[in-house]
Design a protein around this ligand. Sequence first.
Ligand code: ASP
Length: 623
Amino acid sequence: MEYMKRSVTCGELRASDAGKAVVLNGWVHRKREHGPITFVNLRDRYGITQVVVEADAAAALKAAAAELKYEYCIAVKGTVRARPDTMVNPDMETGAVEVVASEIQILSRCETLPFMVDEKSDAKEDLRLKYRYLDLRSLSMQRKIRLRHEVAFAVREYLSGKGFYEIETPTFIRSTPEGARDYLVPSRLYPGKFYALPQSPQLYKQLLMVSGMDKYFQLARCYRDEDARGDRQPEFTQVDIEMSFVKRDDILDLVEGMMGYVFDKTLRAKLPAKFTRIAYDDSIDLYGTDKPDLRFGMKMLDAGGLAAKSGFQAFKDAIADGAAAKAAAAQKGITIDGGAVKALVVPGKADYSRKQIEELEAAAKIYRAKGMAWMKVSAEGKLEGGASKFFTGDAVPAGLEAEVVSTLGAKPGDLILMVADAKKRVACQSLGAVRSKLGKDLGLCDPSKFEFAWIIDFPMFEWNEEENKWDTAHHMFTMPQEKYHATLESDPGAVKGDLYDLVMNGFEIASGSIRIHDPELQKRIFRMVGFSEEEGQKKFGFLTEAFKYGPPPHGGIAPGLDRLVMLMAGETSIKEVIAFPKNSFAISPMDESPNEVDATQLKELAITIIDNGDGTKRLEIGK
Ligand code: ASP
């Protein structure tokens, strides 16, 4: 029998449609029987409409209604009727009407559901992912997928309007190092050779600048084979952007405009025209992280001077050890930070219990703090408890107690927390972790607020303690800031890159840089991170080769689409905004990938799987 195709969706009928004959298609969301009357809530992507099968309906219609179960896919023919005033449901967009059914056609049946298709599923994640197609039927998932589409569309609109071309770059490429492991695809035609899936289109977008494309973007799928940890996905999407003949501020301006447009268009949220800019060093100093959550203040303060006057030996030792390490490094021509004592004033929390303080200390210890000192400010403005004994009494200079309170700007009833370490970074990061935890614990992270900031002036190089060498902090194609070009090799630790990250609500949303376009400078960077001339030539020869042919000055950035949409949707996992994500172990419970493949497929690729006999396996290629 031919099926009754819909004339309207389940989201569009209003009181003014009363009297119309309609056909609806959709899924049985709920069914209620009120004596002889049956109510069916019929759902599709557009909404839910109430269908009524009346007491005096024909026997065939009643029989069809009786058979309906959750998620049956059906067609309903009927007439729109305005609901009596007392029955209007203001929570439903179609709540002013119902459709009185004259015919119901079952299009397909549904077995017992693994979980209810609901506003928000409380099923376990793996079950939701195994039956993702059912999970995606829920209104909340539908809303998030729609938001993702709208954001992507707004991005395209904005960038196209600014003269950008959307250009696809290959996903089978030569390995592009971005710091993670590549996913490799064995070549059947060339046994023993591999394509890599791109960690990002970095080199290709730079080559497009050499090609004169001037303004490029792409909603680019990127692949990184990292250990499954936190909220990572093996594949994710970036709004990849590159521009020629620009300086840093041109890129920052563009992204500010783009975010403003996207937030206004999709959420009706107004962002400031300009985002705050914070130098990396200041961000570490004030927030202990390069991704600060600026929805709340509670900046960290420097308490080194106060600690030096105190009787707190552990603090004094940390500063002395830090100074000694800094001096020793300076002898070798390496710039490093010394030690630091950082303090945080938690307003009104002098009533925190020992246990609550210990929980905060545990957060600090994750970042290698040896401990966290605390004291409280009494109603009289005196220091009490914990480490207060080191800042009060006869053994310390008179007035130190008052100096602590005034320098830190503490008020009666406040809690003071302090971390000291011979490595400034450890002190900052540890207390920064405490600040982040407090933000969550004290409910200071309002999900409806979007606080953006640029973090700029990142260090260009990081000291790799394991390998005893310098690495680039971002990728190797970043331009060191001009003023450091002469001292790159002599003092790498002091060099700042022309780098910028966009952060929002404690997350990194984008990172980018102005690139090197001088082949000689590029070779110097390769040398500094320990790439021999041949290695550099072998891995990136095609880039340095291209740079021989008039490369323009250029730069770019790549906002992460998944994370952006996640935050816009008020979610805490990117899986919530990806239609078919992997689980936390990089597995798809639905199609069970990664999976074993046929022997013939392996043979074609000249791959043999060998059992090592100890529970592990290895691959042999080329046999
Ligand atoms: N390719 C960089 C990344 O994936 C972004 C950029 O520098 O444009 O982080």
